[in-house]
Design a protein around this ligand. Structure first.
Ligand SMILES: [Zn+2]
Length: 252
C-alpha cells in the first residue's frame, strides 16, 4: 500500500478513535488509552504459564520432573502431540472470545494473537503449516467468517508461516457442543472432519499447527487431529486462545 494512503488511513483511524473511542476488549467501556485493554482489564486476565502439562498445556500446581503430564493426559493421552493456550477461559477472557466469535470483532485480533504467539512460540516455530478448525459451510455462509481462520491468518501474517484456511473441511453440520459432556462431545464431532483433497499434498508429511479459539474438552481438536494424521500429517500441535481448566485437570 502506498505510504501516503497508509498515513491517511492511520490519521482517519486516530481521528475516529478521538470522536468515537473503541470499546475495550474486556469491560466493553469506551477508553481513550492506548491499546485495546484498560490496565484493570489486563490485570484480571489469567495467562497460563509454567508449570504446565507438556502435553495439553493445562496449568499445574507444581513441576515434578523434566516432562510433566497432567493426570488426564496420563490416563488418556490426546491425539495431538502438544497443545498450548494463552489464557484460562473464564468470565474475563470470555468476553473477547465471544466478541470475536459472535460479533466478528477484529480490532483486538493483533493483541489476542500476540498472546497466542507468546504461549505457543515454540509450536509456531516448529510448524510448517497452520490450519484453523473449520466451520461447516452452511454456518460459514450465515456468519460470514471463521474466527479460527482469522486467528490462524493473523499469526501467519506475523510469523511468515503458511496458512491453509481451507485445509480441513467439516463434512457434516454438528449440533452445538455447548451443554454436552465429554463423551457426547466426542460422539458429536467424531468423523466430522477431513482434509480437503486439493490440500492433501500440502499436509502429508508435514508438521501441522491446528488453530482454534477455545479448547473445552478437546473433542473437536481431537477429531481434527485425527483427520490430519489420517491424511499423513507427520506431527500435529494445537494452539488456542483460551482453554477451560477443570479441577480434575490440575490435580496430580
Ligand atoms: Zn495434560
Amino acid at each position: 500500500m502506498p505510504k501516503g494512503r497508509a498515513g491517511a488511513k492511520a490519521f482517519l483511524r486516530s481521528a475516529g478513535d478521538f470522536f468515537w473511542p473503541p470499546r475495550w476488549l474486556i469491560s466493553g467501556a469506551r477508553g481513550m488509552g492506548r491499546g485495546p485493554l484498560s490496565p484493570e482489564d489486563f490485570a484480571r486476565l489469567r495467562f497460563i504459564s509454567d508449570p504446565l502439562c507438556e502435553r495439553c498445556g493445562v496449568p499445574l500446581d507444581y513441576r515434578t520432573g523434566d516432562e510433566t503430564w497432567c493426570v488426564v493426559c496420563l490416563a488418556r493421552p490426546p491425539r495431538w502431540d502438544q497443545a498450548r493456550a494463552a489464557l484460562i477461559y473464564d468470565e474475563t477472557s470470555r468476553r473477547p472470545v465471544l466478541d470475536l466469535k459472535r460479533a466478528g470483532r477484529r480490532d483486538g485480533l493483533e493483541t489476542l494473537c500476540g498472546w497466542m504467539r507468546q504461549a505457543g512460540g515454540a509450536l509456531i516455530d516448529d510448524a510448517e503449516v497452520l490450519v484453523p478448525v473449520p466451520l461447516h459451510y452452511t454456518r460459514l455462509v450465515v456468519r460470514g467468517f471463521n474466527q479460527s481462520g482469522w486467528l490462524a491468518q493473523a499469526i501467519g501474517a506475523e510469523t511468515g508461516r503458511k496458512v491453509l484456511v481451507d485445509g480441513l473441511v467439516r463434512t457434516r453440520r454438528t449440533p452445538s457442543q455447548a451443554g454436552l459432556a465429554g463423551r457426547a462431545r466426542r460422539r458429536n464431532v467424531s468423523g466430522a472432519f477431513r482434509v480437503r483433497k486439493s490440500r492433501l499434498a500440502a499436509i502429508t508429511g508435514k508438521r501441522v499447527l491446528l488453530v482454534d479459539d477455545v479448547l473445552t474438552t478437546g473433542a473437536t481438536l481431537s477429531a481434527c487431529t485425527r483427520a490430519l494424521k489420517q491424511a499423513g500429517a507427520r506431527h500435529v500441535d494445537v494452539l488456542v486462545l483460551a482453554r477451560v481448566v477443570r479441577e480434575t485437570d490440575v490435580t496430580i
